[in-house]
Design a protein around this ligand. Structure first.
Ligand code: ADP
Length: 474
């Protein structure tokens, strides 16, 4: 399979600095493994602060030319990058399944989703409007300009190896910013292949740089730099807090997409088929390894037994296996360290017979809010069912967490769907739907799930500064 990637010219193992593919300065490499087999796919450059410093310099130099292009010129380059991502869909998806483990069908879905951000922001590039404000004095004119913030450091995770990059790089480049990307060490190959296609599309050398290896060293270099004006991060809450604290010294803007602890509320009046299908999708996509995965399934007592048995049956039909096999709906977890033990089990609950990093899709019944399973983000294929009695109790349980990213509810009652949507302390709410992410809608969390929004017209704001110009004595 790696031969196919190589033949397509998309196997890149070195970092990208100023348009050149470079080794780590000390020659160090790290292995990238296939989580389904343990096979070593490639050895990639293991970089640190020196390479990052050079990537920042190159991004900073390129900022002065890239930001001066017209929006239409930047838009055309992005559009071309989108087209190249789409015309290499098969190879990119294959590469993603190999290094990340997700089933091919989901990998193909992610290439579409990932590319959609580049297309969307290629279009938005042309719509960065300012304002003219009615003046308070007759001889003045008051203007508002929107300008690119400068060099952006983007740190991304392994669960969506392409989309978490394009969702940041798309709007950044569209606004005229330049970027240093640090992909996850588990999934650098997809990131490097995408960067290769960006170069081919005519995104200029130095506008998009990629370094990977020693995460704390790269992170520190990005945070300490005076030239980097913004850090955008998707990953764990713990690392996000470090980056936020580290950005204080140079007063950088930060955008953070951190952990979730998504409630999925099934009311007595739900359509049970819709609820089972929706919560299954919200829980088990990417083997439960997404920050919007349903982490707590709250089920009203009148429907609890019926829902639980239908849900267990649906989970039983999930097919665990290597993502390259057609029948697989559940790939491995990212690595063996991700395989943990559950408790109080209705189904599954242990390492899958395929061994390695495979875990059985698991359902845990009668969970309560004093259990670790309620308060911690599981990030795996484990679905806890939590019974509740009233709507007030469901809202209280749903909000009883420091996280606030995605929430889901299933009900046929329109008044209730409004009431509960407004009461949920979350950045995204799915009503009778378990898969809600799209490039055209804003994605982001409240509370400790993060800052800022990605995707949609709002996704541009995080990369723009507002400048007020007052023209006086006219
Ligand atoms: P996840 O649980 O999704 O792996 P992490 O927060 O550990 O979340 O990783 C997300 C990204 O953050 C990865 O690219 C990882 O290499 C990077 N990272 C981890 N630790 C640090 C750090 N101290 N500084 C900067 N980046 C880091």
């Amino acid at each position: 399979a790696m031969e196919k990637i190589r033949a397509a010219g998309l196997l890149r193992t070195r970092g990208l600095i100023g348009g050149k593919w470079v080794d780590a300065y000390d020659g160090k490499t790290i292995e990238v493994q296939n989580p389904a087999t343990g096979e070593v796919l490639a050895n990639v450059a293991c970089m640190g602060n020196r390479e990052t410093a050079d990537a920042i310099t190159s991004a900073n130099t390129t900022f002065y030319t890239w930001s001066k292009l017209t929006a239409s010129e930047r838009s055309k380059a992005l559009r071309k990058w989108h087209d190249l991502l789409m015309s290499h869909k098969e190879e990119l998806a294959l590469l993603m399944t190999l290094e990340q483990g997700k089933p091919m069908k989901e990998a193909l879905g992610e290439v579409n989703y990932g590319a959609s951000f580049i297309e969307f922001f290629a279009e938005e590039a042309k719509r960065v409007y300012g304002d003219i404000i009615p003046p308070t004095l007759a001889d003045r004119r008051l203007l508002v300009l929107k300008q690119p913030i400068g060099v952006v450091g983007a740190i991304t995770p392994w669960n969506f190896p392409l989309a978490m990059i394009t969702r940041k790089v798309g709007p950044a480049l569209a606004c005229g910013c330049t970027v240093v990307v640090k992909p996850s060490e588990f999934t650098p190959l997809t990131a490097l292949a995408a960067a290769d296609l960006a170069l081919q599309a005519g995104i200029p050398a130095g506008a998009l740089n990629v370094v990977m290896g020693n995460a704390p060293e790269i992170g520190d270099e990005l945070m300490q730099s005076m030239q980097v004006r913004k850090i955008t991060f998707t990953g764990s809450t713990a690392v996000g807090k470090k980056l936020m604290a580290g950005s204080a010294n140079t007063v950088k803007k930060v955008s953070l997409e951190l952990g979730g602890n998504a409630p999925c509320i099934v009311f007595d009046d739900a359509d049970i088929d819709v609820a089972v299908k929706g919560s299954l999708a919200a829980k088990f996509r990417n083997s439960g390894q997404t920050c919007v995965c349903a982490n707590r399934i709250l089920v009203q007592e009148g429907i609890y037994e019926k829902f639980a048995s239908a849900f267990v049956k649906a989970v039983q039909s999930l097919q665990v296996g290597n993502g390259l096999e057609e029948s697989t709906s559940q790939g491995p977890l990212i690595n063996e360290a991700a395989v943990q033990k559950g408790a109080n089990i209705m189904l599954g609950g242990k390492r899958h017979s395929l061994g390695m990093s495979f875990y059985e899709p698991t359902v845990v019944g009668n969970v309560s809010n004093d259990m670790l399973l309620f308060s911690e983000e599981v990030f795996g294929p484990v679905a806890p069912l939590i019974p509740f009695k009233t709507e007030e109790e469901a809202i209280h349980l749903a909000n009883d967490t420091n996280a606030g990213l995605a929430a889901y509810m299933f009900t046929k009652n329109i008044a209730r769907s409004w009431r509960v949507s407004e009461a949920l302390e979350y950045g995204l709410v799915g009503v009778n739907e378990g898969l809600i992410s799209t490039e055209v809608a804003p994605f982001g969390g409240v509370k400790q799930s993060g800052l800022g929004r990605e995707g949609s017209k709002y996704g541009m704001d995080d990369y723009l500064e507002i400048k007020y110009v007052c023209m006086g004595n006219l």
